[in-house]
Design a protein around this ligand. Structure first.
Ligand code: SF4
Length: 340
C-alpha cells in the first residue's frame, strides 16, 4: 500500500504556491489532529494576510417558514405537518433592521424558506427600506423568477446565498426531490448574471455523503468563484425522514473550513451556529480554522423555534458573537470596512 503523505508546515507552504489538487484536499479532510492544527494555523495566516485580523457580524432574520420544497433533512419541508407557519410583516422587519443598525451591524441577511407566501414586490420594498437605513442587504430565499432577481437587485440587495448542499448528483436528487444539482448550479450562475455576489456551500454529514464528494464541493465553490463559502453540519430535524440519522462530524467540518480558506483564500467564511451546537466553543474554533464572519440571529424569539432547519438550534446572540470574535484575537469591523 502506498505510504500516506504527511501534512507538515512545509507541505502546506509548498501547496499554497503550487495549488492543491484533489488528493491534497482529500488528505486535508482526513488529516490527523496534529496535521489539522497545522492546517488551522496556515488558514489563519492566509485569512489575516487577505483580510487583516478582523471579522464582522451580520444579522439574520428568518422572515417566513412555509416552503414548497420537501428536502429530506429540513423540518420546514412541505410534507411536514408539524409546526406553525409564519411570515413577518414589513414594519416588523424594518424595526429589527433598525435595531441591528443601532448595534453597529451593517449587513442584514433576509432569510426565508422557498415560497410564494411573500410577494416579490413586497420583498423589493423591504429591501429598499433596509438599504435606506444604511445596511447592505443579503438574500437567502431560494429559487424564484428571474424577474424577481432583477427587482431585488435594483432595490439594493447585492448578495445572494444559495447552498448547493452536496455536489454528489445522486445524493442531491435524493435529498431534494424534484430538483437537480445542475439546475442549482445554473441558478447560481443566473444570480451572477444579475450581478449578485454569490454564496454557496455544502451541508456536511448528509447520510451517504463521501469525502470525495466534499472534495468536489470545494472544486465547485472554486469554479463558481463564490464570494462567500460556508459549511453547516447536518443535524437531524424532528419529523423528517432523516430524524434518526446521526449528526455530521463537526471536526470534519472544521477541516472543511480550513480547506476552504487555503483553497479559495479570499471568500468570506462564516462560523455557523451548527458548530456551536455540536462543539464546546464551536464557533471560536471556526475562527481558529479560518472563518471571518459570524451571524447574529434576530428572528423574534416567539417564532425562531418554528424555523426548523434542524431541531434544538443554537441561537447566536450579539454578546456571544462579540465575545467569540474577541476570544479569537480578531477585531470587530463591518463588511464594508473589511472589503475596502
Ligand atoms: S431546506 Fe430550504 S428549500 Fe428545502 S425544505 Fe427547507 S426551507 Fe424548503
Amino acid at each position: 500500500m502506498k505510504n500516506r503523505t504527511m501534512i507538515t508546515g512545509e507541505w502546506i507552504e509548498q501547496k499554497l504556491k503550487s495549488g492543491f489538487n484533489r488528493d491534497d484536499l482529500r488528505l486535508m479532510l482526513t488529516s490527523t489532529d496534529h496535521e489539522a492544527d497545522l492546517l488551522y494555523r496556515a488558514a489563519r495566516k492566509v485569512r489575516d494576510e487577505v483580510f487583516g485580523r478582523k471579522a464582522f457580524i451580520r444579522a439574520v432574520v428568518e422572515f417566513a417558514n412555509s416552503c414548497r420544497c420537501s428536502c429530506l433533512y429540513c423540518g420546514m419541508r412541505l410534507n411536514n405537518p408539524d409546526g406553525i407557519r409564519f411570515s413577518l410583516d414589513h414594519q416588523e422587519l424594518l424595526a429589527i433592521a433598525q435595531q441591528a443598525y443601532d448595534n453597529g451591524i451593517r449587513t442584514f441577511f433576509l432569510q426565508a424558506a422557498e415560497s410564494e407566501s411573500y410577494g416579490a414586490i413586497w420583498l423589493r420594498d423591504v429591501i429598499a427600506d433596509i438599504k435606506a437605513l444604511g445596511m447592505g442587504v443579503l438574500l437567502c430565499v431560494g429559487v424564484h423568477q428571474e424577474d424577481d432577481l432583477e427587482l431585488w437587485r435594483k432595490a439594493g440587495a447585492y448578495k445572494f446565498i444559495l447552498k448547493h448542499e452536496t455536489s454528489d448528483r445522486e445524493l442531491f436528487e435524493k435529498m431534494k426531490p424534484g430538483f437537480t444539482l445542475d439546475g442549482r448550479i445554473e441558478w447560481l450562475k443566473t444570480l451572477r448574471r444579475y450581478d449578485y455576489h454569490i454564496g454557496s456551500g455544502p451541508l456536511l454529514g448528509l447520510p451517504g455523503q463521501t469525502i470525495d464528494s466534499l472534495v468536489e464541493d470545494l472544486f465547485l465553490l472554486r469554479d463558481l468563484q463564490v464570494e462567500m463559502s460556508s459549511v453547516s453540519v447536518f443535524l437531524p430535524a424532528a419529523g423528517t425522514p432523516l430524524e434518526n440519522e446521526p449528526t455530521g462530524d463537526p471536526e470534519l467540518g472544521l477541516r472543511f473550513i480550513a480547506a476552504m480558506r487555503l483553497f479559495l483564500k479570499t471568500t468570506l467564511i462564516p462560523a455557523t451556529s451548527t458548530f456551536e451546537r455540536l462543539l464546546e466553543n464551536g464557533q471560536y474554533r471556526c475562527f481558529e480554522a479560518g472563518a471571518n464572519v459570524i451571524t447574529v440571529n434576530m428572528t423574534p424569539q416567539k417564532l425562531r423555534d418554528e424555523y426548523t432547519i434542524y431541531s434544538d438550534r443554537f441561537y447566536v446572540g450579539l454578546e456571544h458573537a462579540r465575545n467569540t470574535i474577541r476570544k479569537a484575537g480578531l477585531q470587530e469591523t463591518t463588511e464594508g470596512e473589511l472589503l475596502s
